[in-house]
Design a protein around this ligand. Structure first.
Ligand SMILES: [Zn+2]
Length: 257
């Protein structure tokens, strides 16, 4: 495992009611509302204690987390899900195509299946589809199905506000390719190439103010922000960086087609 996945990192307010509660590289997002909180991404199996400490350091309570989401069903984003569900009693929501993989601990993952289970299985409470809205109090998070990296990978779109502005936030699942061979020859995922095509087309169309992703390294967190910096949502406004990163991933994909 990459050491930066479990390296501690000071939690901070990104914009409005959106906070970073992940590790140095595994990005976990807390959306705070008076009706309870939403957590996006639960890290690896060892992450829940760190995530809990971060939530409490910000002055919030784990028991107030009502909804658990994830970018995709790989062990670096759902490894801590079973434990956080146990701690919070929150409802687990996941895209339809990732749901069976979550429910069998990764045994049917197109890529990691040979390793057997790679995380503790969790039965989802709600299955999500493209465009579904996840509501909690006056907060609405929209799920965008961006398959390819996994069959049910999702990006999330939400609008947050502070005293000065409102920000449309895109938490993108960046569609990196992990198969060694051709994307057109993955027998456990025959629709892979079509799914990547769809996802790149959708990502190219996205418009937003703030761009985030499932790994800090994917959106350049450490170039944009240093631990202890003052609140500054503008630091995460980086449309050019997003377009460049998506184009780079698309090239990687086309080279494997
Ligand atoms: Zn990952």
């Amino acid at each position: 495992m990459d050491e930066t996945w479990v390296r501690d990192y000071t939690p901070f307010r990104i914009a409005g009611n959106l906070y970073y509660v992940g590790s140095y590289d595994l990005a976990c997002y807390l959306i705070v509302t008076p009706a309870g909180h939403i957590l996006i991404n639960e890290g690896v199996a060892a992450s829940p204690a760190m995530i809990q400490a971060h939530v409490e350091e910000l002055g919030y309570r784990m028991q107030d987390i009502k909804i658990l989401l994830t970018s995709q069903v790989h062990y670096d984003h759902v490894g801590g899900l079973a434990e956080i569900k146990r701690l919070t009693g929150a409802k687990v929501m996941i895209q339809e195509a990732d749901a069976p993989v979550l429910a069998d601990g990764g045994r049917t993952d197109y890529y990691f299946a040979a390793k057997g289970p790679t995380f503790t299985a969790v039965q989802p409470d709600r299955v999500l589809h493209d465009g579904d809205r996840i509501k909690l109090g006056d907060m609405v998070v929209t799920a965008l199905h961006h398959p390819g990296h996994t069959k049910g990978s999702c990006s999330y779109v939400l609008t947050v506000r502070d005293e000065h502005s409102s920000y449309k936030v895109l938490i993108a699942n960046m569609p990196s390719v992990i198969v060694e061979g051709r994307v057109t020859e993955v027998s456990s995922y025959p629709a892979m190439a079509a799914d990547y095509e769809y996802t790149f087309a959708s990502l190219r169309k996205q418009r937003f103010d703030i761009w985030l992703a499932a790994h800090a390294s994917q959106f350049g967190l450490h170039e944009k922000y240093q631990e202890g910096d003052a609140y500054n949502p503008e630091a995460f406004r980086d449309e050019a960086g997003y377009r460049q990163e998506v184009a780079g991933l698309e090239k990687q994909y086309r080279d494997k087609k």
